[in-house]
Design a protein around this ligand. Structure first.
Ligand SMILES: [Zn+2]
Length: 127
């Protein structure tokens, strides 16, 4: 089944630098693709376009963060991670979670990635 691709924009004119909080102007745009919860019985891919900013104070570039859409350097959306981690917390095995995520949401997540997602969520809870 072919995936639906939905564009999502997360483009700001200025964003506070994560290091020093200086308001930093947009420098360029970048795009990433992340797998989301499927819709209408089809896999769904979000094509996220986000702004890249330059802090004049630190002289560094940084991405406009969008953790509400997808965690940094993750191939899946935050929604997908939450659903998968929720299944694991309910006691489903990695194999069963993978199967259920495919059956219910049309998203295929390797077991090693499911394991990493859980570790990522757990490290957030202990902070
Ligand atoms: Zn800065």
């Amino acid at each position: 089944m072919e995936a639906l691709v939905k564009p999502v924009n997360h483009i700001f004119k200025t964003v506070a630098c994560p290091k020093c909080s200086t308001l930093s102007k947009r420098n360029s745009l970048r795009t990433r693709r992340v797998r989301d919860i499927g819709e209408r019985n089809r896999p769904l891919i979000l094509e996220v376009t986000y702004s890249v900013h330059r802090c004049k104070h630190c002289n560094r570039f940084f991405n406009n963060p969008h953790p509400h859409i997808a965690p940094p350097s993750c191939r899946y959306t935050t929604r997908v991670v939450r659903h998968a981690v929720e299944m694991r917390k309910r006691g489903l095995s990695l194999e069963k979670t993978r199967w259920e995520m495919r059956r219910l949401y049309f998203v295929d997540i390797p077991e090693s990635t499911l394991h990493d997602m859980q570790a990522m969520e757990e490290s957030k809870w202990t902070i």
